[in-house]
Design a protein around this ligand. Structure first.
Ligand code: MSP
Length: 512
């Protein structure tokens, strides 16, 4: 079995500082990266910034800055955000790096050599904000301003010489590819959108621009810059040192296992990207998952709407793990979701403080008082003990399936159920009434400690730093976390000294 796993976030436009939507893409990707790592995969997790094109050139001009200096500044805020979000990425790519230009030029040359690219003229609508070409039926007139129907962003008329990619030739081959790889696009609803768009007919795609110069030049014609999406998508290859196909990174990690993206950029990833790759004889990625948006009120966040939620402010107030937990649990993955202070506070109080935090505190405090903070000696497990401990081995295959199918909510729902069950177990067993039957009392403590261990391993990809605090008490180091051990009911060794636990999550006073 191939134990390598390559996962990517979209690369972000450094046209303005990061917001909650960007944080969401990254946190979800980090969740999968960590989950796969503890399942024994050698994971390569990539994120970065998308720095070329007219959108960035204009943003830099507005600030009267050289575009590269402008990008240096904002790209750094994205890199800093990766640290703040505790992302476990292996690389951070910038499309202004030389390694990236080499890849893009190479891909272009292959496509040109294969006759997939030809020179002509583009006349049509273009949205600088989306960096996308739109046909007449994809735009509408709103009070005299032409806008894209799907994204709502302004479009402008463009007429210029342009190279075209023969996308129309790839229509049938793409349909065939989707048929043969039914899980290439998830969730299913997005797949249906893509397939029907492709079936409605693909036109050749303009892949170069001539009226500005901030980008990678077409190797054979320096008057043109390569279309920013062809440039940007190639980042997934350049980070693996493509075109050096004998490079270890490329050999180990291409094709990518999962491009995690927002639904607004599905067309680029699920149509253009596999078409470019198939045309260049490169394997397409295995999966593209289009998640929903984090809405601010009922709207997508954007600078122009002035409704940006700043992840840093929320992290400052509530901490990072609560935000990660909220976004992973409360947003139905694949659909839109929103974040409100009220819902976030309830989630911290009920799930993190009352359910998980309380379980850890009370069991460890009881163990401290009655078993000298050591893993105690045990009698045989009762049916009640086995029933709750075996939940993890019984659901193990499902949990793996949820991880592989990106069923985030099923995964976390299992955790929440187990947290309730563990608290209930400890209450029902009443170890405090078993002081005359020390062996039974110790067995209850042991079972509760095992449950904490198991559930904390499952929580690690969601709330890594809080989970590590708990695992540290059990002497489990980060690089030794092994998902498979959730099946083991006798992992903790008798006599192991448990250290003290600080408060994990503080309850928040909420106004009624
Ligand atoms: N640069 C392109 C991606 C190129 S990938 C080869 C881009 N950048 S972006 O900065 O505009 O958006 C990056 C990601 O953030 C996209 O997946 C987008 O869906 C996501 N989000 C931006 N706003 C969002 C929300 N409000 N909610 C959730 N994610 C959204 O597109």
């Amino acid at each position: 079995m191939n134990k390598n796993y390559y996962i990517t976030t979209p690369i972000y436009y450094p046209s303005a500082k990061p917001h909650m939507g960007h944080a969401y893409s990254s946190i979800i990707a980090d969740f999968f990266a960590r989950l796969k790592r503890i399942q024994g995969f050698n994971v390569y997790f990539l994120t970065g910034t998308d720095e070329h094109g007219q959108k960035i050139q204009r943003a830099a001009e507005k600030k009267k800055m050289d575009p590269l200096i402008f990008c240096d500044e904002i790209s750094k805020t994205f890199r800093d955000l990766s640290d703040t979000l505790n992302l476990s990425n292996n690389d951070f790519i910038r499309t202004t790096e030389t390694r990236h230009a080499i890849s893009v030029e190479n891909l272009w040359n292959i496509l040109e050599k294969k006759g997939e690219i030809y020179l002509s003229k583009y006349s049509g609508w273009y949205s600088v904000s989306d960096e996308a070409f739109y046909s007449e039926n994809e735009i509408e007139d709103l009070n005299g301003t032409k806008k894209s129907i799907t994204s709502g962003s302004k479009v402008e008329w463009v007429e210029e010489e342009s190279y075209f990619f023969r996308l129309s030739n790839w229509q049938d081959k793409l349909i065939d590819f989707y048929d043969k790889n039914p899980d290439f696009i998830l969730p299913e609803t997005r797949k249906n959108e893509v397939v029907s768009f492709v079936k409605s007919g693909l036109k050749d795609l303009s892949v170069s621009r001539k009226s500005f110069n901030w980008g990678i030049k077409v190797p054979s014609n320096k008057d043109h810059v390569i279309y920013v999406w062809l440039d940007a998508l190639t980042n997934y290859l350049s980070a693996l040192n493509y075109p050096n196909k004998s490079d270890n990174l490329y050999k180990s990690f291409w094709p990518a296992d999962l491009h995690l993206i927002g639904k607004d950029i599905l067309r680029f990833h699920a149509i253009y990207w596999p078409a470019f790759l198939l045309a260049a004889d490169i394997d397409p990625p295995k999966r593209v998952f289009g998640h929903g948006w984090i809405l601010s009120g009922d709207e997508k966040m954007s600078k122009s709407k002035g409704n940006i939620l700043d992840p840093l402010e929320i992290i400052d107030t509530y901490g990072l793990d609560p935000l990660r937990y909220y976004l992973i649990k409360e947003v139905s993955f694949g659909n839109d979701g929103n974040i409100s202070q009220d819902k976030l506070e309830s989630c911290i109080n009920s799930d993190l403080a009352n359910n998980y935090g309380n379980l850890c505190q009370r069991v460890l405090a009881f163990c401290d008082k009655n078993a000298n903070s050591e893993v105690p000696d045990i009698a045989t497990f009762t049916d009640d003990d086995k029933l709750i401990l075996d939940q993890y081995s019984n659901h193990y295959d499902n949990l793996i399936k949820y991880s592989d199918n990106q069923d985030v909510n099923l995964y976390i729902n299992f955790i929440v159920e187990q947290l309730f069950a563990a608290n209930k177990y400890f209450n029902d067993q009443e170890p405090w009434k078993k002081k005359n039957d020390k062996l039974r009392m110790n067995t209850i403590i042991y079972v509760a400690l095992e449950l904490i261990r198991k559930v904390t391993i499952l929580l690690y990809p969601i709330i890594p730093s809080s989970s590590l605090k708990v695992l540290k008490i059990l002497h489990i180091k980060e690089d030794k976390i092994d998902f498979e051990t959730i099946k083991d009911n006798n992992y903790l060794k008798k006599g192991l000294k448990l250290s003290k636990l600080d408060i994990l999550f503080k309850k928040i006073e909420q106004n009624d």
